[in-house]
Every structure is written in C-alpha cells, then in structure tokens.
Design a binder for this molecule. Structure first.
Ligand code: PAF
Length: 271
C-alpha cells in the first residue's frame, strides 16, 4: 500500500474472516470502485470469539474466497497465520470504551477487544487510505471509528449497506448453519426491525413501546430466542428512551444455536 501511495494511488482495504458471501462482494466492489489499489484480508480472528463461541466451526472456504477476490480484481489477499498475528510474545490489546458497553459488547464480553486489536494491527500493517465495513455489524463500525479517532489513525472508515436475501434475512457467513426450518424462522428478525422502522416513520417516539412491539413479534416464532433488541443512538450505540432523531433498532437472536444479528436505521426524513 506504501508503493500505491508513493505512486499517488489511493488504497482500500476490506478486512474479512473469509467464507466470503454476497455481503463481502458488495464491500469489495465498493472499495474497488473508490480505490486504485485494493487489499482483502482473510483471518478468522481467535481473540474476538469467547470460549463457548463458534471459532472452531466458523465457516472456512479458502478456494472459493480466493476465486471471488480474483474475480473482483483484488490486488492483494493478505492471509496471515495465527502465529504471525499473535506470536507467543504478543501482549497488547485495545479496549474501546462506552460504545462497546451495550448490544453485542454486553453479550459477548471481550469480543470488541479482539476486533479492535486485530483491526488496529491490520490497519498498521496495510496502512490503507480507506477501510470498508458492513452495516450489518453497525456496532463494529462505530467501535472502529472510535478507535481510529482516538488513536489518530490516518484512515477513512466507510460503511456499506447490508445485503439481504430475497426474504430480507441479512446475509451472514453463519446463515449456512441454519436448517430449513430455522432458516424460515430467522426471517422474523428483519420483519420485526421493519415493523419498528414503520412505527418510527409513523411518529412513534417511546422507545420502550417500540421495543416491546418488536419483542412481541419475535416471540411469535418459537424457534427464536432473543438475546437483545434495543433502540440505540446510531453514533454512540447507547440505548435511548425517546426517538428524537435518527435511531438504530438493533437485535441479536439465536435460532437453533446459530447467533444472528441485524439492525435498521430508523430515520424520519420529515423530522
Ligand atoms: O467483521 C468481520 O468479519 C471481523 O470482525 C473483522 C472486521 C474482519 C475483524 O476480524
């Protein structure tokens, strides 16, 4: 990327954990469109998984990942080994405060510490002008933006809209672990978020009432277990009690042991 910069070219970076899908395709295409030179990393980062989480079973498919990168004109695929990223002598971790205290940060202790650490390392190694993250992981983008601001990193963080299946389910590497019934049940997540957005657009302001309506919808699906459903300030990821400006409805559910997250920006254009 240094050579790209020396040659006056702009450089882009898409960090991934592999198992590339249509959501990643959109990230890579957005980066390809905006940058002269493009790197994608593939690294299943162990430090962002808790001891009971799915690190071992996280989907991995390097051949198809490399084929997608080749097809999309990626200039460099950075695929470090675990010992390169975390040698036995590694001692430093990054904690981003406050924006990690709710939603996934609350239910996955240590998760954002692992994300912030690996993203900082990757940004330091590759030194891109721009880095691309998906809106499905909106809290992750907020965490990374905070990290970049607090540590004065010279990189522009871009967020790319969520890519959805035909029935609204947000595309995720974990979707492939859903059985047919679970796959059908999982669609309730987007339906609940859409219902919330409609309520806000129709003038609902009481976040508690809005949230209860979403929870009621989710509870109609017996295969679904709700981890959280919150209305949050999109800048800080802190829960709000009243919708006074743009708000994000964010949820995590488990369907047959598969953890799925999604969120929707609820913005009343007329406000
Ligand atoms: O969003 C992801 O895939 C991961 O959290 C990331 C940003 C690649 C860090 O491991």
């Amino acid at each position: 990327m240094e050579a790209a910069r020396r040659g006056g070219l702009s450089s882009g970076f898409v960090p991934t954990m592999g198992a590339l899908h249509e959501g990643h395709r959109k990230l890579i295409q957005a980066a390809r469109h905006e940058c002269d030179w493009l790197a994608v990393s593939i690294f299943v980062n162990p430090t962002q998984f808790g001891p009971e989480e799915d690190f071992d079973t996280y989907p991995r498919d390097l051949d198809s990942d490399l084929a997608m990168c080749r097809q999309l004109g990626v200039d460099l695929v950075f695929q470090p080994g675990r010992d390169e990223v975390y040698p036995a002598t590694h001692r430093t971790f990054v904690e981003v405060e406050t924006v990690t205290s709710h939603l996934c940060g609350r239910f996955r202790p240590g998760h954002f510490r692992g994300v912030a650490t690996v993203v900082l390392k990757l940004l330091n190694i590759l030194q891109p002008d721009r880095a691309y993250f998906g809106e499905k992981d909106a809290q992750q983008t907020v965490v990374v933006r905070q990290l970049v601001k607090d540590l004065n990193l010279p990189v522009d963080i871009r967020q790319v809209p969520t890519v959805r299946e035909f029935d609204g389910l947000a595309i995720s590497s974990r979707n492939q672990h859903l059985g047919p019934q679970e796959r059908r049940a999982a669609t309730v997540l987007f339906r609940a978020l859409k219902e919330i957005r409609t309520m806000v657009l129709q003038g609902a302001r009481d976040a508690g009432r809005i949230r209860r309506r979403g929870l009621r919808l989710l509870s109609q699906e017996p295969l679904v277990e709700v981890e959280y459903l919150e209305m949050v300030d999109p800048e800080t990821m802190q829960p709000i009690s009243q919708v006074r400006g743009p708000a994000r409805a964010a949820a995590a559910i488990r369907v047959g042991g598969v953890r799925l997250i999604d969120n929707l920006l609820c913005e009343d254009a007329g406000r």
